[in-house]
Write a protein that binds this ligand. Structure first.
Ligand code: FAD
Length: 1005
C-alpha cells in the first residue's frame, strides 16, 4: 500500500471513530461540573489559567484554614472580584461575605480534591486495588503507577520502592480472583488478559528510585536506579506481571535507556519488561532504531510504549535558558508525524518488539490501527493505552474497535499527585491538544485527521515566512548571549572531562614565570600550587614577584598606557572577542585545570570558564556602546559631548574561588576601558591565572597592557596597593582584605596623579528563607546545592537557612536525609557532591567554625570525609539565632546554620540582620510574601524560588552593598563606568550669529 492509500484509510477509520463517539465529551470538558467549568475558563483566560494551576500546585501545602484563605485571596482576589467559576459553590450556599471565607475554602478544597481524584485511582493500596478491579469489570486493563517524583533521599527512594512491593503483594493475592479480559484470537492463553497479556502491569518512574540521578554521574545513576528497579522486577516476575520503565525529562533519557538495557540483559528471557520512548524528542528516531537493532543482536524480546511526551514546555524552556539545542520538535505536527513514523518502525519489528501505543489522538490511534493491519501484526503484539481520567469517549471507542485497551492509573497521595495533575491540566488545555481541539473547540474533523507530515510542512513554510533577519549587536557583533552551559546529557561532554583531566595531569609540576612587558620573567622565589584533594600532587610551581618585579610591571603598564588609551574602543573590544574565542576553544581543558587546582566539580569548573567567556563578550559590547560619545542637551548653537576616558594603571587582585571568571572579568573590564593591568592572581590558583597570560598572548594584546605578577601578599600586596602609579584597584576577596585595601588606598603618596578608585567585592552571609507554603521538593535540593556546591566557597553561597516554624521539622528532616545521600571526595569523580576545600588554612578556619557551631547550636548533620586532602565535613547546625557568631561571620565553607522563625516578618528581619548584603533567596508560593521580599530583603542579588548562586553575566549582574562591597555590579550595564572617568566637551558653534544645524553623534573621539 502506498502512503496516500494508507493515509486515506487512516482518515476513513478516524471518521468512523468520530462518528461512533459523536455527542460524547470527556468529563474534563463537561461544563456541567466544576472541573469542566474551570477548564473552560482556563482556556479562555490565560491569566486565570496560570493562577489556577499555580494554586493547584500549592494547594497540598495549605494545611490550615488561614493559609488556605490567604492564598485564595492572593491568587484570585477578594471574593467579590473572583471569577464566578470559583465563587459559584459558595454563592449557591449563600455564604459569601463574613462567613464566606470558610465556605469558599470548603468549596475549593472539595473541588480540587475531586479534580485530583479524576486522575488518581486511589490514595492508598486498598482504594487503588478496589478501583482497578472496578475498571477491569468494565473491560479495561490497567497499568498502575505510584505517584512520587521528587525523591530527595535514600529513605524516600526506599519508601517509593516499598510502596511498589506492597502494591505488588496485594495485586498478587487479588489477581487469582480476576477473570481474564476476553480474547477473540486463536491459541490464546486462557489465564491471561486478552489471551496474552499479564493481568498485573506496573510502571515505575526511575528517577524516584535514586535521589541524586544526574547525567554528570551517569554510571553512578544507572547503577543506583538499577539496584532498586531490580528488586521491583523480581517481584513482578514472581507474579508473572509486566513492568514498564517510564520516561521522564530529557536530562535522564540516556540513563533510563541504559538502565533498561542492563535490566533486560539480567532477565533476557522474560518478555514483559518495557520502556517508553517519546516521539517529541528529535533523538527518538535514532534511539529507537538503536534499541531495536540491539534487541535483535542480543536476540531478546523487548516492549516499547510510545508516547508523544509529557514535558514539552519544560524541555523548551530549560533548553532556551541554558542555550542548548531544543531537544523536542517545535511544531506539534512534527511530533505527530514522528509518532507515526516510529510506530511503523516498531510494528515492522513486531517479532522483536511488543508495542504499547499510548495516545488520546484519534488520528494517531487510527494510523497505528491501519499500519498494524497493513503489516499483519498479530493482536498480541500491540495494544492501546490511555491515561485514567482522560478521554473517556476515546477509550470507549478503542475498546469497541480493538477489543483491548489499558488505562494508565497513578495512585498515591495528593502531594506528589499535584505535579501529575498540573501536567494533565496543562496537557488538556494546551492550544495544540488534540482533545481540546476535538472536544472543547469542535475543530473540523478533516483538519484533525490530516496527515501530520502535510500539516508540519505547511507550518514550517509559514514559520519560515515569519523569520526575522538576524539581529545585530554593537559594532556589528552578534548580540550578547550567554555561553551555553555544559550539557551532560551529551556523551561527548561527559567523556571530555576524564580525558582532559588525564591530559592536564601529564602537564603537572611545570614551572610558571611572571609575564611583564610582554616577556616571561623568572624569579628564584617560587611556591608550589597543589591539588587540595591530594596535596602531594603539585599542579605547578610558580615564580613569585617581589617588589622589584612589581615595580617593573607597573612601569611596563604605565609605558603602554598612552597608546592603549588612544586605541579606539571598538579595537580594544576586538581583543576581548578574540580572547573569548580562545577560551571557548579550550573550555574543557581550562575546566580540567580548575578541577585539579582548586577542587571544582565538573559542572562548577565549566561554569567558571563560561562565565569568563561571558565577561569578555559582554564587556566588549558594552565598551563599543560606551565608546561612542553621546550628545547631551539640545540648546541650539551649543554642542555637548559626553564620553569616557580610562584612568591609567589598574591593579587587579583576584580570588581563588572563581579563578578564571573573576580574574578575567575584572581584568577584561579594566583593559577594554583602556587601562593597563598588573594582575595578581591568588597564590593557590596561579596556574589558572597563567592561562590568562596564554589567552591574551594568543589574542595579540600589545606588550605591557597586561602583566601577570603572582606574589606573596605580605611582600608585594601592599606595595602594589600603595604605588603612586596605580590609579585603580579592582579587588574581589574577603572583607578583611577589602577594607584594608580601601584604607591604604586612601593615602596619597608622593608623585601620585590620581585619587585611587576602588572596585571592591567582599563577602556575604547569605540567607535563604523557606516559607510555610514552600515547595520542599524544590527548596531542599536548592538549599543543599547553594550551601554545599563547591564546598560552600562562593561569596554567593547560602550559609543560613531561615525556616518558618510550620515546616521546620519536615524541611530539616528532608535536608539532612538528602545530605546523607551525598558523598564527599575528590571533585574529579562526578559521584562526589562535595570536594576538598581550598587549602590547609581554609580547612583549619572552617573546622574551627564548625566546632563553634556545635557549641552554639545543635549538630544536625556532619558527613564523613576522606582522610587525605583538605576536607571539611558537610556540616548542618540547627537552633541558631542571630546572636550566634556563626549566624554573623562569614565562614566561606560547608557549614550551614538552620534558623527557626515564627513568621515571614521575622524571617525577613533575621535575613537582614548581618553586616552583609550580597545574595538572598526565598522559597515561597505566596505572591504577597514574594512581593514583600522584593521590597524588604535588602541584598544585591535576591533569588525567588531558585538557588542563590550561579549569577549569569548580563542576566543577573552580581554584587552587593554594605560590607559586601562598594555596590558595583559585575556583568551589568554600569560596571565599566567604574573603570573610567567621564568627560564633557562643550563647543560654542555660533559664529557671528550663525549656528549650524547639528547632527547627532557625528563626532568620534
Ligand atoms: C499510557 C500512557 C503512558 C504515558 N507515559 C508517559 C511517559 O512515560 N513519559 C512521558 O513523557 N509521557 C507519558 N505519557 C503522557 C503522554 O506523553 C501525553 O499524554 C501525550 O503526549 C499526549 O499526546 P496525545 O497523542 O494523547 O495528544 P496530542 O494532543 O495529539 O499531542 C499532545 C502532545 O504533542 C506534543 N506537543 C505539544 N505541542 C507541541 C509542539 N509545539 N511541538 C511539538 N510537539 C508538541 C506534546 O508531547 C504533547 O503532549 C503517557 C501517556 C499515556 C497515555
Amino acid at each position: 500500500m502506498n502512503d496516500s492509500e494508507l493515509n486515506s484509510k487512516v482518515i476513513s477509520r478516524g471518521k468512523e471513530f468520530f462518528s461512533t463517539i459523536s455527542g460524547e465529551k470527556p468529563s474534563l470538558f463537561n461544563k456541567g461540573a466544576w472541573m469542566g467549568k474551570v477548564m473552560d475558563w482556563s482556556m479562555k483566560n490565560e491569566t486565570f489559567k496560570i493562577q489556577m494551576f499555580r494554586f493547584v500546585d500549592v494547594f497540598p501545602s495549605l494545611t490550615n484554614g488561614r493559609l488556605l484563605t490567604d492564598h485564595i485571596r492572593e491568587y484570585f482576589g477578594e471574593e467579590k472580584d473572583m471569577p464566578p467559576v470559583l465563587s459559584t459553590g459558595a454563592k449557591v450556599a449563600g455564604m459569601l461575605g463574613s462567613f464566606g471565607g470558610a465556605v469558599l475554602n470548603k468549596v475549593l478544597t472539595t473541588n480540587i480534591q475531586e479534580m485530583a481524584r479524576q486522575f488518581i485511582v486511589g490514595e492508598n493500596t486498598k482504594e487503588a486495588v478496589k478501583n482497578l478491579e472496578r475498571l477491569r469489570k468494565d473491560g479495561f486493563a490497567f497499568v498502575v503507577d505510584v505517584l512520587g517524583e521528587a525523591t530527595l533521599s535514600e529513605a524516600e527512594a526506599d519508601l517509593y520502592m516499598n510502596t511498589y512491593l506492597e502494591l505488588l503483594d496485594s495485586l498478587k493475592k487479588e489477581q487469582a480472583e480476576w477473570k481474564p479480559l476476553p480474547f477473540s484470537h486463536q491459541g490464546g492463553n486462557a489465564g491471561l488478559d486478552w489471551g496474552h497479556a499479564p493481568k498485573v502491569n506496573v510502571a515505575v518512574k526511575p528517577t524516584a528510585l535514586f535521589c541524586l540521578a544526574n547525567p554528570q554521574d551517569f554510571e553512578g545513576s544507572v547503577v543506583a536506579i538499577l539496584d532498586r528497579v531490580r528488586i521491583i522486577t523480581e517481584k513482578v516476575i514472581d507474579l508473572k506481571g509486566f513492568l514498564c520503565i517510564d520516561m521522564e525529562s530529557y536530562r535522564h533519557k540516556d540513563i533510563i535507556i541504559e538502565v533498561y538495557r542492563r535490566l533486560k540483559l539480567e532477565y533476557p528471557d522474560y518478555p514483559h519488561l518495557g520502556i517508553v520512548f517519546q516521539s517529541y524528542l528529535t533523538d527518538t528516531d535514532k534511539d529507537l532504531a538503536d534499541m531495536l537493532d540491539w534487541a535483535k543482536q542480543k536476540m531478546i524480546q523487548i516492549s516499547v510504549r510510545l508516547v508523544k511526551g509529557a514535558y514539552w514546555d519544560y524541555e523548551t524552556v530549560k533548553a532556551k535558558q541554558n542555550d542548548w539545542k531544543i531537544p523536542v520538535w517545535t511544531i506539534k505536527a512534527e511530533s505527530d508525524a514522528a509518532y507515526e513514523r516510529q510506530a511503523r518502525m516498531i510494528l515492522e519489528n513486531h517479532t522483536t518488539c511488543h508495542f504499547a501505543a499510548a495516545s488520546h489522538n484519534i488520528r494517531t490511534i487510527s494510523a497505528v490501527m491501519e499500519m498494524a493491519h497493513e503489516l499483519n501484526v498479530p493482536d498480541e503484539r500491540y495494544e492501546f493505552q490511555v491515561l485514567y481520567g482522560m478521554a473517556e469517549p476515546v477509550r470507549k471507542g478503542i475498546l469497541k474497535v480493538a477489543g483491548r485497551i489499558r488505562l494508565y492509573c497513578p495512585y498515591g497521595n495528593m502531594v506528589p499527585g499535584m505535579g501529575y495533575l498540573v501536567r494533565r491540566l496543562l496537557e488538556n488545555t494546551a492550544n495544540e491538544s488534540f482533545l481540546r481541539q476535538s472536544f472543547a473547540e469542535d475543530a473540523q474533523i478533516e483538519k484533525l485527521l490530516e496527515d501530520p507530515v502535510v500539516t508540519a510542512e505547511r507550518e514550517r513554510a509559514a514559520r519560515a515566512l515569519k523569520l526575522k533577519p538576524a539581529e545585530k549587536g554593537p559594532g556589528g557583533l552578534k548580540p550578547f548571549n550567554n555561553e551555553a552551559m555544559v550539557d551532560f546529557t551529551r556523551a561527548d561532554h561527559r567523556a571530555e572531562f576524564p580525558r582532559q583531566i588525564a591530559e592536564v595531569r601529564k602537564q603537572l609540576g611545570r614551572n610558571y614565570p611572571l609575564f611583564i612587558g610582554g616577556k616571561e620573567v623568572k624569579t628564584a622565589d617560587t611556591i608550589p600550587s597543589v591539588n587540595p584533594a591530594n596535596p602531594a600532587e603539585v599542579v605547578g610551581v610558580i615564580c613569585q614577584a617581589g617588589t622589584r618585579e612589581v615595580g617593573e610591571a607597573l612601569a611596563a603598564a604605565k609605558a603602554a598606557f598612552p597608546v592603549w588609551r588612544d586605541t579606539a574602543p571598538a579595537e580594544r573590544a576586538q581583543y576581548l572577542v578574540k580572547a573569548a574565542a580562545i577560551a571557548r576553544r579550550r573550555v574543557f581543558e581550562l575546566s580540567a585545570w580548575q578541577v585539579l587546582e582548586i577542587g571544582k566539580q565538573w559542572d562548577q569548573a565549566y561554569a567558571d570558564v563560561t562565565e569568563a567567556i561571558d565577561f569578555l563578550e559582554y564587556y566588549a559590547r558594552e565598551m563599543i556602546k560606551l565608546g561612542q560619545p553621546r550628545r547631551i542637551g539640545n540648546a541650539p548653537g551649543e554642542l555637548n559631548h559626553y564620553f569616557y576616558e580610562p584612568k591609567g594603571v589598574a591593579a587587579v587582585i583576584a580570588p581563588w574561588n572563581f579563578p578564571l571568571a573573576i580574574g578575567l572579568g575584572m581584568t577584561s573590564a579594566a583593559l577594554v576601558a583602556g587601562n593597563c593591568v598588573v594582575f595578581k592572581p591568588s597564590g593557590i590558583t596561579s596556574v589558572i591565572g597563567w592561562h590568562m597570560v596564554e589567552i591574551f598572548r594568543e589574542a595579540g594584546l600589545p606588550a605591557g597592557v597586561f602583566n601577570y605578577t603572582p606574589g606573596r601578599g605580605s611582600v608585594m600586596g601592599d606595595f602594589l596597593v600603595d604605588s603612586p602609579d596605580v590609579s585603580l584597584i579592582a579587588f574581589t576577596g574577603s572583607m578583611e582584605i577589602g577594607l584594608r585595601i580601601i584604607n591604604r588606598a586612601a593615602k596619597v603618596h608622593p608623585g601620585q596623579a590620581n585619587v585611587k578608585k576602588i572596585v571592591c567585592e567582599m563577602g556575604g552571609k547569605n540567607a535563604i528563607i523557606v516559607d510555610d507554603d514552600a515547595d520542599l521538593d524544590e527548596a531542599v535540593p536548592h538549599v543543599l546545592y547553594s550551601a554545599f556546591g563547591f564546598q560552600g566557597q562562593k561569596c554567593s553561597a547560602c550559609s543560613r537557612v531561615i525556616v518558618l516554624d510550620a515546616v521546620y521539622d519536615k524541611f530539616v528532616e528532608r535536608l539532612v536525609s538528602m545530605a546523607q545521600a551525598t558523598k564527599v571526595g575528590p571533585s574529579e569523580d562526578p559521584a562526589n557532591y562535595m570536594g576538598a576545600v581550598a587549602d590547609d588554612k581554609a580547612m583549619q578556619t572552617i573546622l574551627e567554625y564548625a566546632r563553634l557551631g556545635k557549641k552554639e547550636g545543635d549538630l544536625l548533620y556532619e558527613s564523613a570525609v576522606p582522610t587525605q586532602g583538605y576536607y571539611v565535613p558537610m556540616t548542618i547546625i540547627g537552633g541558631i539565632t542571630p546572636e550566634h557568631r556563626i549566624a554573623q561571620e562569614e565562614i566561606f565553607g560547608p557549614v550551614l546554620s538552620v534558623m527557626r522563625v515564627k513568621d515571614f516578618d521575622q524571617a525577613i528581619r533575621w535575613a537582614n540582620s548581618t553586616q552583609f548584603a550580597l545574595t538572598g533567596g526565598v522559597f515561597s508560593r505566596s505572591p504577597e510574601h514574594l512581593q514583600q521580599a522584593r521590597r524588604e530583603f535588602r541584598v544585591g542579588n535576591l533569588y525567588l524560588n531558585r538557588n542563590n548562586t550561579g549569577a549569569l553575566v548580563g542576566r543577573q549582574p552580581f554584587g552587593g552593598s554594605r560590607m559586601s562591597g562598594v555596590g558595583t555590579k559585575a556583568g551589568g550595564p554600569d560596571y565599566l563606568l567604574h573603570f573610567m572617568d567621564p568627560r564633557v566637551v562643550t563647543e560654542n558653534t555660533m559664529r557671528r550669529g550663525f549656528a549650524p544645524v547639528e547632527e547627532d553623534d557625528d563626532w568620534v573621539a
